[in-house]
Design a protein. Structure first.
Length: 332
């Protein structure tokens, strides 16, 4: 059975009646604006509402609906869903790994209480709910290379604990109440024109800007720290394809997705093929390094490839070319 708001797969846009009305929480983080752009191309500009608790930059405000919405305010979030006839909710509001370790109370509030609010509202109103999980949902006792979908998950960060909680609660609501919960475990995401928000994998975005601006980069992880990473276009496309997948094809509700793995040294070498003058020094941040040392080195994602056809397009060389092209033109 096709869910509310699903379009024929392969079609580049959707008939009016099939268009979902999408609300994206935490929309001004690294991924929301890009996802809104992709979903608006597919479902129409006014069918995708970006929301956050901050004032958006002008270019965001002028390209489709933006509203204030705080995931901690249950009544107002519910009002937004009802008044806008929302049928899909993409829950991006979250405090990431490194920031969470510096403010555990805030991470608990946003990542756990916020999640409880969206779970209840999505269940009450029959929404399709997408919540991203992460490589951070694994920990030092998980198999690390590769990490399968199902294995020991004992993360040592509040971010990771809250994401395991999200996976389990979403799956529980799915089985208990029939909630159409969907969850992808994202690797570190590399974007050119949106800033990551305080994560352990942020170095892999910052290095590109430093390489183009000054040619000098101080990396806060050890040079041999291997982590799974993905180019933002692959991540957003995965999210759209997964959201559109017919429910009966989803044998799981939480899937790993993988594209590539690299170390700071490997990434620097690939950038140096284009910008040979780039100099990288290492000044390890103990908190971030301890987090990264307990995370997967690669994710095993055969279930996503089998069930809903996940396929990445960008490996390391393509990623470096794409990001450098964006960063270079953005700096001109
Ligand atoms: C982080 O580093 O916290 C995030 C993530 C991998 O979930 N980018």
């Amino acid at each position: 059975m096709r869910g509310v708001g699903s379009c024929a797969s392969g079609a580049s846009s959707c008939a009016d009646a099939d268009r979902p009305k999408v609300l994206i929480t935490g929309g001004l983080g690294q991924l929301g604006v890009g996802l809104a752009k992709l979903l608006r191309r597919r479902f129409g500009e006014n069918n995708v509402i970006l929301s956050d608790i901050r004032k958006p930059p002008n270019h965001v405000y002028h390209h489709g609906p933006f509203i204030f919405s705080d995931v901690l305010d249950y009544t107002s979030l519910r009002e937004t869903v009802v008044n806008n006839n929302v049928s899909w909710l993409v829950h991006y509001a979250a405090v990431l790994s490194a920031v969470g370790e510096n403010n555990v109370a805030l991470a608990k509030e946003v990542n756990i209480t916020g999640l409880h609010n969206v779970l209840d509202i999505a269940t009450e109103h029959g929404l399709r709910l997408f919540v991203p999980s992460t490589i951070g949902a694994f920990g030092p006792s998980s198999p690390r290379d590769p990490t399968p979908d199902l294995c020991v998950q004992r993360p040592r960060t509040i971010y990771g604990v809250s994401k395991v909680h999200a996976e389990l609660m979403g799956e529980y609501y799915h089985h208990r109440y029939g909630l159409d919960f969907r969850c992808l475990r994202y690797p570190g995401i590399i974007s050119a024109d949106s800033e990551p928000g305080g994560g352990t994998t942020d170095y892999a975005v910052q290095i590109f800007h430093a390489a183009v601006k000054s040619g000098l980069f101080e990396c806060n992880l050890r040079s041999d720290t291997q982590l799974p990473m993905m180019y933002i276009d692959d991540c957003l496309r995965a999210t759209l394809e997964f959201l559109e997948a017919p429910a009966e094809t989803l044998l799981n509700r939480t899937y790993n997705i993988h594209a590539m793995s690299f170390t700071p040294h490997g990434l620097a070498q690939e950038i140096q093929r284009v910008l040979p003058d780039l100099k990288v020094t290492y000044n390890v941040d103990a908190v971030r390094q301890a987090i990264a040392d307990g995370w997967p080195m690669a994710l095993e994602d055969t279930a996503a490839r089998r069930d809903w056809g996940w396929k990445h397009e960008y490996d390391l060389a393509e990623l470096v070319q794409a990001v450098l092209a964006h960063v270079t033109t953005g700096n001109q």
